[in-house]
Design a binder for this molecule. Structure first.
Ligand code: RIB
Ligand code: CA
Length: 349
């Protein structure tokens, strides 16, 4: 495996690195296979990229999607719940239960990303109303019931703020051992997006994120470090247009909306499909390269609020008695990622 940073030997031309890259290592996350699909719950704030991540959770034969739970984030939670129901209906997966979760963070201000995703969460796209209604028990109770009832531990892919996950951990501590892995989209060991310090999902509820990273549950942090390399541009549109299903047409609509928004911010007509990376990591063995970090969350109210501080320097970790608590995504094959997106939608109606 390519070692990103060999040692403290300093090349006088390069100078002394202050950003400690860590070597890529074998993944901790479980891997679904066609022979043994991975039981999975997606906790989401749909959301443009969430919509594509949920598509993969439905379509990939390596995954067994048990439920989609909603959390307020990209849009108000009732929009996110309705979007989850309508997306599953579009994907031919109305049998997958949906339940509504937290409106906002455990503490602190309510953060939304409607400037990115539109007021309703899916840009200008309006999907047919869902025939089904959400399960009245609510997100945390539904997750707990499914995890408890599962004959094997269940993986959870949180791809929005971590409020529901923190509530699950605090309300049902005995179920932590039946959560096989948290493959979360969030954070960054580099810069943020909501602020220079913080990525949106963590920024929206840093207290919840702190509870999650201190929980001891096996975690992969799919942060901006890897998702900013998981982008597509307009070249994906003809590939989706060539597919027969309505789902692919909707994906093209969502992507086009995002391309236009990002162009308006001077970022070019492309979209990083953050959440899709987290779900694909559980189905594709060697798409994402990971390294081990000790991640701690700044839950204070200063300018670094919501920052996921990543330490991989063995000297400091040993000195302070800290053990890495997460795989952090660092590398991805972008061309293959785009191919997997098209392959996913080729499987959907
Ligand atoms: O920062 C990206 C994350 O924030 C993604 O989950 C996106 O859907 C938004 O929720
Ligand atoms: Ca999301």
């Amino acid at each position: 495996r390519r070692v990103l940073f060999r040692s403290m030997s300093v090349d006088p031309k390069v100078g002394w690195p202050t950003f400690q890259h860590a070597p890529l290592v074998a993944r901790s996350a479980p891997l679904g296979t066609v022979a043994r699909p991975l039981p999975l719950i997606v906790d989401s704030d749909p959301g443009l990229d969430d919509a594509l991540a949920i598509a993969a959770a439905v379509a990939r034969p390596e995954l067994n999607l048990l439920a989609v739970t909603s959390v307020g984030g990209n849009a108000d939670v009732h929009h996110c719940t309705e979007n989850a129901l309508r997306l599953l209906q579009l994907y031919g997966a109305s049998d997958v239960p949906v339940a509504e979760g937290a409106v906002g963070p455990l503490s602190g201000p309510l953060e939304r990303a409607t400037e990115v995703h539109g007021e309703g969460g899916l840009g200008k796209t309006v999907l047919p109303p869902a025939q089904r209604r959400p399960d009245p028990e609510g997100a945390v109770a539904l997750m707990a019931r499914l995890i408890a009832a599962s004959p094997e531990p269940v993986a959870v892919a949180p791809i929005g703020p971590l409020t529901n996950i923190a509530l699950l951990i605090r309300s049902y501590p005995h179920l932590a051992s039946k959560i096989s892995h948290l493959c979360l989209m969030g954070g960054s060991v580099g810069e943020g997006n909501s602020s220079a310090s913080a990525e949106f999902n963590i920024f929206a509820d840093p207290v919840a994120a702190e509870i999650v990273f201190l929980s001891g549950i096996s975690i992969t942090m799919i942060g901006l470090d890897v998702t900013h390399h998981a982008w597509v541009d307009r070249s994906i549109l003809p590939r989706l247009a060539a597919l027969p299903g309505r789902s692919a047409k909707v994906a093209a609509e969502l992507l086009t909306y995002s391309f236009e928004r990002s162009a308006g911010w001077g970022q070019g007509e492309r979209m990083a499909i953050h959440d899709l990376v987290a779900v694909l990591h559980l189905a594709i063995p060697d798409l994402v390269g990971v390294a081990r970090y000790y991640i701690e969350v700044d839950a204070t109210s200063g300018p670094a609020r919501g920052r996921t501080i990543g330490d991989a320097w063995k000297h400091r970790l040993v000195r302070d008695g800290r053990v890495p608590n997460a795989d952090v995504g660092l590398t991805i094959d972008r061309e293959r990622f785009a191919d997997l997106l098209v392959d996913t939608y080729a499987k959907l109606p």
